[in-house]
Write a protein that binds this ligand. Structure first.
Ligand code: SF4
Ligand code: SF4
Length: 359
């Protein structure tokens, strides 16, 4: 512990020893135990033994211990509206905002701006829950009377990624601005650690280092190794245009990273129409449609997709080519203002036939 933190801890511990423990527990919504006080901090309960003022956990950081002590000895009685506000809106918040922002929100946005979904997994590990603000948001139960709301916004043409951290304005009755800043800093640190742990776990359970070699060994598929992730294929792909989850570049990345299960079990690998527009634009001449065929073969062979999926896909291709033909033919006749008595009849016939065959 830094020297200053040591001093602050000793000072807070000294104050705590002089206070009425039952009153503290009542005010701060903690539990009086035989040996001291039990308090919930995020998803865990900690016991503070008295009169020593020692925590029963060695993995709780000293900064967090100090925040908890300050919360317990708080005596603020300011009347507040209970509104949800940001740090800047708290009395004196503007003055410390820069330091606070560097300690908390800027680190959160750096770690989660590009990976909004990960904040949900991290929040769950911290005992939090999904909220419904911004592009992604979570509510974390920091202390019994203090919830922290993290709201993330994805970058757009005008603004970069942003993160806002909000709390009810009665927080000032329990924590000083410095404590709030430390608390948000602890949140940023713990979220980052959890993100790394979760990512490592996903990596451990979801990847197969041999996958790329298995794909490369199949005829026509080895050239995916040339890909340098420029994204020209995805930009030129007509399917990516209508489904943002469909991205040839991402499929190749997943293959290189060994994400076999995710890739082979995705429905998106069946969307490719093998039009080869991606190949035409690829500076590395990666024959993506051929590689996609290999992914599909492997998906069927290894039980990720039903055995009749290739046949069904082929039939859908045939039906959509007929529909395409009818629609263009009809559009042409409409332009020429000529009659087309069979249009709706044919359209209905192809659709009914197609649905029947696919059922
Ligand atoms: S265009 Fe070619 S090199 Fe670029 S990401 Fe797609 S496959 Fe890779
Ligand atoms: S071949 Fe498949 S991935 Fe490539 S542009 Fe056509 S639909 Fe998209």
């Amino acid at each position: 512990m830094e020297n200053n933190q040591n001093k602050a801890f000793d000072k807070a511990a000294g104050i705590l020893r002089t206070m009425n423990i039952d009153e503290i527990c009542e005010r701060c919504k903690c539990v009086r135990t035989e040996d001291g006080i039990e308090i919930k901090y995020f998803n865990e309960k900690y016991e503070i033994k008295l009169p020593e003022v020692s925590f029963n956990s060695s993995h709780l950081s000293q900064v967090s211990q100090l925040i908890i002590l300050h919360y317990l000895i708080s005596t603020g009685k300011q009347k507040t509206s209970g509104e949800v506000v940001g740090f800047r809106d708290l009395p004196g918040g503007m003055f410390y905002y820069k330091t606070y922002s560097k300690q908390g929100p800027e680190r959160i946005v750096k770690d989660f701006g590009d990976d909004l979904d990960m904040i949900y997994s991290v929040a769950k590990s911290l005992g939090g829950e999904k909220a419904s603000f911004g592009d992604a948001s979570v509510r974390l139960p920091a202390l019994p009377l203090i919830d922290v709301l993290i709201v993330l916004y994805k970058a757009d043409d005008e603004f970069p990624h942003e993160a806002f951290v909000l709390f009810k304005n009665d927080i000032i009755n329990y924590l000083s601005l410095k404590d709030i800043s430390m608390l948000v800093g602890e949140i940023a640190t713990n979220c980052k650690k959890l993100k790394q742990r979760i990512a490592a776990e996903i990596n451990r359970t979801m990847t197969d280092n041999n996958f790329k070699f298995e794909v490369a060994a199949r005829p026509g598929a080895g050239l995916f190794k040339r890909c340098f992730s420029c994204n020209s294929c995805t930009i030129s792909c007509p399917i990516s245009d209508i489904d943002e989850n469909f991205s040839p570049r991402t499929f190749i990345r997943q293959c290189l990273l060994g994400m076999k299960e995710k890739l082979l079990s995705s429905k998106e690998i069946w969307f490719c129409t093998e039009c080869n527009l991606c190949y035409a634009k690829c500076p590395q001449n990666v024959p993506f449609a051929d590689i996609m065929t290999v992914f599909r073969e492997m998906a069927v062979e290894e039980g990720y997709a039903p055995a009749d999926m290739p046949e069904k896909t082929e039939r859908i291709g045939e039906i959509s080519r007929k529909l395409n033909f009818e629609l263009i033919n009809h559009a042409w006749k409409c332009i020429r203002k000529s009659q087309d008595p069979d249009f709706y009849k044919n359209l209905r016939m192809y659709l009914e036939q197609g649905i029947k065959e696919l059922e």
